[in-house]
Design a protein around this ligand. Structure first.
Ligand SMILES: NC(=O)C1=CN([C@@H]2O[C@H](COP(=O)(O)OP(=O)(O)OC[C@H]3O[C@@H](n4cnc5c(N)ncnc54)[C@H](OP(=O)(O)O)[C@@H]3O)[C@@H](O)[C@H]2O)C=CC1
Ligand SMILES: O=C([O-])CC(=O)C(=O)O
Length: 443
């Protein structure tokens, strides 16, 4: 019984699912020594050199074999990429779907440290969906990315078929189907929000251009790095060949937080809360919509009759939850953010339950609510499970909701002016009010 694995240079095309498992490093200039032995001959060649490793029938240690048949020493295989799969697992792979490519930026950061292992486990895209992970980092994080890759290896995830790490978005985004853009500079003490918008905006402008050039044409992009709505707008403006509809800013964490607070107040388990919309910006102007949300299928305002609490206590607790968490933890939400990224993706790849919806920050062009066009704004959506979504039409508005939404809209319009130089809209002019231009973590 021979079992095979393949290790290939970055120039090879994806090998067949039934035999492939590999780790590649795509930073040409900073190839860590530890992994150099995987890339024989050296990176500058274009040959499709492979190292195959076989395991003998009597379960002896794996023996590495080159394409030309000469036996290599065991050292030339790397850990789990030498040992591969038994025949039962090989049989199983025959029912697997075609592999998808997922890029995660800021992959050595806190959120990614939770997220990557959920992605690799099959908990997000399903138990029959093999994946390739492409981890984008920088000079700062390349060593740490190796550590992440090693931990992924040691986790022995059957569905994880490839891991690439690199610092060049034009390489790491190649043919990517999902881009989860988490990496962003955190706002430091004394830093102006306008400066943050500019620094992070440059990152997302560059990544938008790279996605436009090399990603799968129908790539889905989820921006997590803050300020995520405006970063998503910058990204999509720099990627004109990708449908604007495919870009999302993560507001699912806010939706989850809102559901939790309503459940707590109503004394029900949080799965009883549905139809929870977060409108607007992922900031302290966001609007958790208790007018349309339901508890056990009933309007929230019927179940929770303390309307003053809904307008003030509830709304503020959701808007400022991130800040409270930073006070407790000493850092921003990472595990719950990763869970909400999983939820956000699952909402797009599984059909939305009848009558329900989910929140995500999406492009406003053509929206039925009268929200200004050309923004990325959190709104209620439904999906058939094909990665696409529709905006929900049958939502109610009252004066309170309209006024609150208008405030978040004004904030996003002001942010957009600050980044005009990055969206192709001329010269930037930045005048952000002092009060309402905060991230949830900035209270
Ligand atoms: N939308 C939402 O609901 C939430 C969004 N966030 C946001 O997600 C982002 C990531 O959070 P988290 O993973 O906890 O952060 P970490 O600080 O743990 O990691 C962030 C990563 O960003 C990268 N980065 C990119 N550019 C810079 C830069 N100029 N300076 C420093 N680091 C940079 C770094 O990786 P590298 O060196 O590889 O580039 C770093 O590893 C933040 O912007 C945060 O505000 C957080 C919680 C919720
Ligand atoms: O402000 C931050 O970095 C954290 C954040 O977005 C949140 O917790 O919602």
């Amino acid at each position: 019984m021979a079992m095979m694995a393949e290790l290939s240079t970055p120039k090879t095309t994806s090998p067949s699912l039934h035999s492939s498992s590999r780790l590649r490093l795509s930073s040409k200039s900073h190839l860590p020594n530890q992994f150099r032995h995987l890339l024989l001959p050296p990176l500058h060649t274009t040959s499709n050199f492979k190292v195959s490793c076989s395991v003998s029938q009597n379960n002896q240690a794996p023996v590495a074999v080159q394409d030309n048949g000469s036996v290599k020493t065991k050292k030339e295989c790397y850990g789990v990429f030498c040992l591969t799969y038994d025949l039962k697992a090989e049989e199983q792979t025959k029912s697997w779907k075609k592999m998808i490519n997922i890029t995660v930026s800021g992959a050595a950061g806190m959120i990614s440290n939770h997220l990557l292992f959920k992605l690799a486990s099959g908990a997000v895209f399903g138990p029959d969906q093999p994946i390739a992970l492409k981890l984008l980092g920088s000079e700062r994080s390349i060593q740490a990315l190796e550590g992440v890759a090693m931990e992924l290896e040691d986790s022995l995830f059957p569905l994880l078929r490839e891991v690439d790490i690199g610092t060049d978005p034009y390489e790491v985004f190649q043919d990517v189907d999902w881009a989860l853009l988490i990496g962003a500079k955190p706002r430091g003490p004394g830093m102006e929000r306008a400066a943050l918008l500019d620094i992070n905006g440059q990152i997302f402008a560059e990544q938008g251009k790279a996605l436009n050039a090399v990603a799968s044409p129908n790539v889905k992009v989820l921006v997590v790095g803050n300020p995520c709505n405006t970063n998503a707008l910058i990204c999509l403006k720099n990627a004109p060949n990708i449908p604007a509809k495919n870009f999302h800013a993560l507001t699912r964490l806010d939706e989850n937080r809102a559901k939790c607070q309503l459940a707590l107040k109503a004394g029900v388990f949080y799965d009883k809360v549905s139809n929870m919309t977060i409108w607007g910006n992922h900031s302290t102007t966001q609007v958790p919509d208790f007018l349309n949300a339901r508890i056990n299928g009933r309007p929230v305002k019927e179940v929770i009759t303390d309307h003053k609490w809904l307008e003030e206590g509830f709304t503020e607790s959701v808007q400022k939850r991130g800040g409270l968490l930073i006070q407790k933890w000493g850092r921003s939400s990472a595990a719950s953010t990763a869970v909400s990224i999983v939820d956000a993706i699952k909402s797009l790849v599984t059909p939305t339950p009848e009558g329900d919806w989910f929140s995500t920050g999406v492009y406003t062009n053509g929206n039925p609510y009268g929200i200004a066009e050309d923004l990325v704004f959190s709104m209620p959506c439904r999906s058939k499970g094909d990665g696409d979504y529709e905006l929900v039409k049958d939502v109610e508005f009252d004066d309170y909701l309209r006024n609150r939404i208008a405030k978040s809209e004004a904030e996003l319009l002001a942010e957009k002016k600050c980044v005009a130089h990055l969206t192709g809209d001329g010269i930037a002019f930045c005048d952000l009010g002092p009060v309402d231009t905060m991230l949830p973590g900035e209270v």
